[in-house]
Design a binder for this molecule. Structure first.
Ligand SMILES: NC(=O)c1ccc[n+]([C@@H]2O[C@H](COP(=O)([O-])OP(=O)(O)OC[C@H]3O[C@@H](n4cnc5c(N)ncnc54)[C@H](O)[C@@H]3O)[C@@H](O)[C@H]2O)c1
Ligand SMILES: [Zn+2]
Length: 366
């Protein structure tokens, strides 16, 4: 088991990473002063796979566990689901000593974190992420929130969990597509922060993608390094003033493409894959990386797997969405670019024409 500390003063917490960790959850909760009363929030699919065992193991150790179900899918990441959870918690007489356990992917983690941040002005929660995206990204850092019908993640608050417990065995049941979606985000950390971590993907991608038991420790290493980087960045810049923005590498165009497809045809990671390629193209055009570096990044991203075709999205549509992005600065669209592999610069002075060229080069590439 690996432990990655997230250092945030009196809101510090650990990320535990390893195989079979859910079996050892009870003592880890107790060690962190989590009270007996816990609500295990999950969707029916994930509960069926892991919830029963967790409930049983916790009950055997004296916890009073109440399961609480939310519907599956991004379209339920909204205030209605939040309201339903409040109602249930009130009916079940949850109090300020109660703790919420978020078992599932990023959708579950974001909703449960938001409920925990706001219910009774804030209670504790623990992240039990079961998707690769959840494990390398969404469960760490304390961003919580839900979508509004006018836009994604528009309602939210920072609220750090008390513990993140990552049982890497859960990745075995994840669909190939959801697994690959997380791999794009994992590669991102190498590109923005750590060249040798990027090289690991160049050398061992097929082993990572195979998720075989021999690749088990490799997966643990990959997830551990992602969490370390996210923890470091979060500790230095919790509220996203500067450094934390670099985690948005690939997200300006990627997020726009995801939205243009109504969050249906592209997974988040696939969209970010396209966005990272385009940001890399822009970095090359801005003389920040060499053609050799650009080609390396491009082939590493493409090797992750097939992605839906996005040539049908008119560039004007992407522009429209980028102009509404909450991460904009005034009327300027912000891009995170690479300065060599492993370092970044933030730019808000790129011409529309330059961005269009980069996007078209990427989506029309053979
Ligand atoms: N808070 C943050 O910092 C942050 C960062 C990145 C993404 N996000 C959010 O995360 C969400 C996406 O997360 P996601 O990709 O995990 O999607 P998700 O939560 O929708 O999970 C994907 C699918 O996998 C299923 N699933 C989960 N674990 C499984 C397992 N072990 N075996 C089989 N099936 C399993 C889920 O039921 C779901 O159908 C988005 O809403 C995004 O906004 C948040
Ligand atoms: Zn992302």
């Amino acid at each position: 088991m690996k432990t990655v500390p997230v250092r945030l003063g009196d809101r510090s917490y650990d990320i535990l990473i390893g195989r079979g960790l859910f079996d050892r959850l009870a003592p880890e909760l107790t060690a962190r002063g989590v009270g007996r009363r816990v609500f295990l929030v999950s969707n029916p699919t994930v509960f069926e796979l892991y919830g029963n065992e967790i409930q049983q193991a916790l009950q055997e150790r004296g916890f009073q566990v109440t399961p609480l179900f939310i519907p599956e899918g991004e379209r339920y990441k909204n205030l209605q689901t939040v309201e339903n959870i409040y109602t249930y918690l009130i009916a079940q007489k949850a109090d300020r000593q109660s703790t919420l356990l978020a078992l599932g992917g990023g959708v579950t983690g974001d909703v449960v974190g938001f409920v925990a941040a706001t219910f009774l002005r804030g209670i504790r929660y623990v992240q039990l992420p079961t998707t690769l995206l959840g494990q390398v990204d969404s469960s760490v850092g304390g961003k919580t929130g839900v979508n509004h019908c006018l836009g994604k993640n528009l309602i939210g608050v920072f609220h750090q969990p008390s513990l993140v417990c990552i049982d890497t065995d859960t990745l075995q049941t994840l669909s190939d597509r959801d697994f690959r979606s997380g791999v794009y985000e994992a590669v991102k950390y190498g590109l923005i922060y750590d060249p040798s971590f990027f090289e690991l993907f160049e050398e061992k991608l097929s082993e990572i993608l195979s998720r075989s038991s021999s690749g088990g420790s490799l997966l643990e290493e990959v997830i551990g390094r992602c969490c370390q980087i996210k923890a470091e960045v979060t500790a230095k810049d919790e509220k996203e003033a500067e450094l934390r923005r670099t985690l948005n590498f690939g997200h300006t165009l990627g997020h726009a493409a995801e939205a243009a497809m109504n969050f249906l045809e592209l997974t988040h990671g696939e969209a970010i894959g396209y966005g990272m390629e385009a940001a890399c193209e822009l970095s090359y055009e801005a003389d920040l990386i060499s053609s050799d570096e650009r080609d390396r990044v491009r082939s590493a991203i493409r090797a992750i797997g097939p992605r839906p075709d996005v040539r049908g999205i008119p560039f004007e549509r992407l522009q429209e969405i980028m102009k509404r992005d909450k991460k904009r600065l005034g009327d300027r669209t912000v891009f995170v670019l690479l300065k060599g592999i492993g370092a970044t610069v933030i730019r808000d002075d790129l011409s529309d024409e330059m961005v269009r060229r980069a996007w078209e080069n990427v989506v029309n590439a053979p």
